[in-house]
Ligand binder design. Structure first.
Ligand code: 1HN
Length: 343
């Protein structure tokens, strides 16, 4: 191209720029790359690092004052944005004996995976679910929720929310919950009785796509995985892996966040796998290694690590390992954009 043509183009770009306009041909390939381009990088937060930080946070601020005492897990490629992946938020929440976190509700959907402690509760719509290690609990969009810890030990859980997705759509709402029942009007065992046994009340009609079962106790899921591991060969990539479901629809528990629990037998050496949903892992039991993006994360209980979109990763287990994970897979599938590749 001649210097004159270059100068003319540049002058044209500057002219249209003054009217909030820009040439597509200068940005097209950045907008539609050949394969996913993400600022999200693989990362590993070990419990050994995070537990002292949480304890210190517990000395510095109360749950009441903080509203939620959470250390946000920020992806190193997305610092300052409160994101663990491009589309999801995650944090570690500490609630000490005797503390309460006040009620509020928001349009963002939330999930918790209990890392440490037992006997603290989360109340959804006034129903108190008493939680224990390994439990997975959901807080549906726009439902009032508060937490409390009447037990004598600290509780820590992993929070996962679709904050960045709701932000993308500019559909964020929050309301504080003064006047909401903070005392129990029921408990999680009722919720399990209604929806936790592959049955539902005959009059129940699903008003939304969010699961009416909020509590998925660990002992049941763990037992299921143990049974599978004793009766069949593990999948070459992911061992024995179950996804949590909305029992009323068979779909995902939440419209934006999918959750999984998998067992890797001792000595398991998984083949590489990749998918377009960046995935956050929380180690429940055992030790092993995740190889992703040229890094090796040697993981142990209560560690968190993240595998970005479309980065091949493989999982190994030294001792029998159980991993919880979550991703935006339901959101991608409802948009018909989700892809995976095995091996
Ligand atoms: C939230 O409501 C909780 O209720 C935890 O425990 C973390 C992060 C962002 C926005 C809302 C909770 C949150 C959150």
């Amino acid at each position: 191209m001649s210097d004159e043509a270059k100068t003319q183009r540049q002058a044209f770009y500057e002219l249209i720029d003054t009217r909030s306009c820009t040439p597509l041909w200068e940005v097209l390939h950045g907008l539609v790359p050949k394969t996913p381009a993400t600022p999200c990088v693989p990362h590993h937060w070990t419990w050994d690092t995070m537990w002292p930080f949480l304890q210190r946070a517990g000395q510095l601020i109360s749950a009441e004052e903080a509203e939620r005492r959470v250390l946000v897990l920020e992806n190193p490629g997305l610092r300052g944005q409160s994101r663990i992946t491009h589309s999801l938020y995650a944090g570690l929440q500490l609630i000490l004996p005797g503390e309460v976190a006040p009620p509020h509700r928001h349009s963002q959907s939330a999930m918790r995976f209990i890392l440490q402690g037992q006997g603290a509760y989360t109340a959804v719509g006034g129903r108190r679910i008493t939680m224990t290690e390994g439990d997975f609990i959901i807080t549906p969009s726009w439902s009032f929720h508060d937490h409390g810890n009447p037990s004598d030990s600290p509780m820590v859980w992993l929070d996962g929310l679709d904050v960045p997705i709701v932000e993308l759509f500019d559909a964020q709402f929050r309301e504080d919950g003064e006047g909401q029942p903070t005392t129990a009007i029921g408990d999680g065992t009722e919720n399990l009785a209604e929806f936790g046994l592959s049955m539902k009340p005959v009059e129940y009609k699903a008003p939304t796509r969010t699961s009416p079962l909020w509590w998925f106790p660990y002992d049941r899921s763990r037992e299921a995985l143990q049974k599978l591991a004793g009766t069949r060969e593990p999948h070459a990539c992911w061992g024995h892996k179950l996804q949590y479901v909305n029992p009323a629809t068979g779909g995902w528990p939440m419209p934006t966040i999918g959750t999984f629990l998998q067992l890797l037998p001792a000595g398991f050496h998984g083949k590489p796998y990749r998918s377009t949903d960046a995935t956050v892992y929380a180690v429940r039991e055992g030790t092993g290694v995740c190889e992703v993006g040229g890094k090796e994360f040697a993981f142990g209980p209560k560690d968190i690590f993240v595998c970005p979109s479309w980065a091949p990763y493989s999982l190994r287990a030294d001792s029998e390992a159980v991993l919880f994970s979550f991703s935006d897979r339901p959101a991608q599938q409802s948009l018909d954009i989700w892809r995976e590749q095995l091996g």
